[in-house]
Design a binder for this molecule. Structure first.
Ligand SMILES: O=P(O)(O)OC[C@H]1O[C@H](O)[C@H](O)[C@@H](O)[C@@H]1O
Length: 583
């Protein structure tokens, strides 16, 4: 049998260059012209073959493989060959099955029939993106979806916005991305008008996809033709349309925020390091049209092999690169995005790297000016100095749990309970604001900072770094990850935490006191002498069979002292399933 693969109209993924006039969105074409090709519907056998000198391994798509693709509130997996020992699991077949499951989940969720649904799918520049988008759409169509929008190269927040803007008004947006992970991974983030799906939702979708995989052994077509042999998906929009629209929204925010005409960035030199992810549009479609000098910006062209540095504002090398670019070009501001632009960090004039605690402090300062006395929710590994900074600005700091979804959901919950909360942000750079649909959006965060920088400059107040002058940074900080070897790693981790808590409470460690208000694992305040206090937090990783230890100290060598004490404790206890070699 011949199955017909749908060919999706995908705009070129070349860089967005300034001054290049693009044709207006041809968009909203009635149907996609399918290309016909033979498509094997049989399941691929496990195959290890040398391909182009690289090891090629494909995992058979089984229910277990599909279930294993869940990664918290995302789908994640190896999607491209080429790395030894990393077989492809997120292949077209898996994407097709997830597509079939998602469309049913969505119909139930929004109480519509499948043909009434409208879904947008976008992707970052990863090499596996186009094929997976096609397979995902095919899964939707197999179950009766009539309205899909292929937005092509996109950012994760822009993909969510397809559910909000009246031009698109989708019931869901799906973004194919694996954030900053290596080139061979890919993944899916799902959004409805209410925001990103939670772990429980993803679990339901993966379970339904796995069930279908089990019930139809012997193959799952990755594309499904209609009676005429066409795959009919109406309303396909080219990629540029979405980012053009999204850029316009961001430009309007800057124009309104600065309040100085339609070229508010004329006096500014701003460099962007997009790391060859999806974020290059921000320089060419947001900043430059507003008058900013963006010369010196780097890696604006999307390239799914990520030939330069990892697009990751948490990565020290990527940050130092962006810093050097900012300094060498004498820019007023540098901005670095992660691959799918749900995270960002900035560099102040002169090279002040503002990520992690400093980014949270900067945004807190901005938000607390606008909303005095409001609450800022952060993840659990933020510094004591940040807590004091937020308090000194009149805010309430809730140092919650790790995981950006946890942080965002906590903020939403607080607002529902009447506790005014405008900023929810993780040290990873996932920053969400109430005023922006509680959406973690690196571009929106950058816009807030740019507006602040321009206003300060106009008022002769110096640069954004000046807002951080009162922020105390920890003298030392470190994260150590301890592998758990047992299958029931959650139980092992819990037992270790419980055990340590008992011993700390029993006074086995001098100067250690467990903190009562804590939302995950065990946080211990450590008296480091001479009035200095540090802390450590032992918690379970959100996804991995790993225990994570974060340390912060206010004395030289303080982290090592704490780590040694804990290492000795681990040796005495002799937990055979916990590998403490990383300490
Ligand atoms: O718990 P960990 O293994 O440290 O991972 C925690 C991290 O997991 C993912 O990457 C999430 O996207 C982050 O929001 C979270 O902070």
């Amino acid at each position: 049998m011949h199955a017909i693969a749908r060919s999706v109209t995908v705009a070129p993924v070349g860089g967005f260059r300034s001054g290049v006039k693009r044709s207006p969105p041809s968009c909203i074409v009635a149907a996609v012209a399918p290309s016909v090709r033979n498509h094997a519907t049989s399941r691929p056998a496990t195959n290890v073959a040398a391909s182009s000198g690289m090891l090629t391994t494909t995992t058979v798509t089984t229910p277990e493989v599909i279930l294993a693709l869940q990664n918290g509130s995302d789908v994640r997996g190896v999607a491209t060959d080429g790395v030894q020992g990393e077989p492809v699991a997120l292949n077209e077949e898996a994407a097709f099955l997830i597509g079939t499951a998602f469309v049913h989940w969505l119909a139930k969720k929004v109480n519509k029939q499948i043909p009434e649904l409208k879904i947008a799918v976008g992707r970052d520049p990863r090499l596996s993106g186009p094929a997976l988008v096609s397979a995902l759409f095919s899964g939707f169509v197999a179950e009766g979806l009539k309205n899909g929008i292929d937005v092509g190269l996109s950012t994760t927040p822009a993909c969510f916005m397809t559910t909000i803007t009246k031009e698109t008004n989708c019931d869901a947006g799906v973004m194919l991305t694996a954030s900053h992970l290596p080139f061979n991974r890919n993944g899916m983030k799902f959004f409805t008008k209410q925001g990103g799906l939670d772990s429980e939702d993803i679990s339901q979708i993966c379970t339904a996809a796995a069930k279908r995989c089990k019930e139809t052994p012997g193959g799952h077509p990755v594309s499904v033709p209609d009676v005429d042999g066409n795959v009919a998906i109406s309303g396909v929009v080219c990629s540029e349309y979405l980012l053009t629209h999204y850029s316009k929204m961001l430009r309007e925010l800057i124009i309104e925020g600065v309040g100085a005409g339609d070229k508010p960035l004329e006096a500014m030199k701003i460099v962007v390091d997009a790391g060859n992810g999806s974020g290059g549009f921000f320089a060419t479609h947001v900043l430059e049209p507003l008058g900013a000098d963006i010369s010196g910006s780097v890696f604006l062209n999307p390239d799914g092999s990520f030939p330069n540095h990892a697009p990751n504002p948490e990565d020290p090398y990527a940050m130092s690169f962006a810093r050097d670019v900012t300094v060498n070009t004498d820019a007023d501001l540098g901005i670095i995005f992660d691959t799918d632009v749900d995270r960002s960090a900035v560099i102040g004039k002169g090279g002040d790297s503002i990520n992690r605690n400093k980014l949270i402090a900067l945004l807190s300062a901005i938000v607390l000016e606008e909303h005095p006395g409001s609450t800022i929710v952060t993840d659990s590994v933020t510094s004591d100095g940040l807590a004091s900074f937020i308090e000194s600005k009149g805010g309430n700091h809730l140092r919650y749990m790790r995981g950006y979804k946890n942080v965002i959901n906590k903020g939403k919950e607080l607002n529902e309970d009447g506790v005014e909360t405008h900023l929810m942000i993780e040290t990873s750079g996932h920053g969400a604001m109430k005023e922006n649909h509680n959406l973690d959006d690196g571009a929106y965060i950058a816009v807030k900072i740019i507006i602040q920088a321009v206003k300060m400059r106009a008022a002769g107040e110096g640069g954004i770094s000046d807002l951080l002058s009162e922020l105390q940074e920890p003298l030392e900080e470190r994260e150590v990850r301890l592998k758990i070897k047992a299958a029931d790693f959650k139980a092992v981790g819990l037992a270790v935490i419980d055990n340590l808590k008992k011993d700390v409470k029993a006074g086995k460690f001098e100067g250690y006191s467990p903190l009562d208000i804590n939302y995950e694992g065990l946080r211990v305040r450590v008296d480091e002498g001479t009035g200095a206090f540090g802390w450590f937090l032992l918690r379970q990783s959100l996804h991995d069979p790993v225990m994570v230890l974060n340390f912060e100290s206010e004395v030289h060598g303080g982290v090592e002292i704490m780590a040694k004490a804990l290492k000795t404790w681990f040796f005495e206890k002799d937990f055979e399933d916990v590998d403490v070699s990383a300490m």
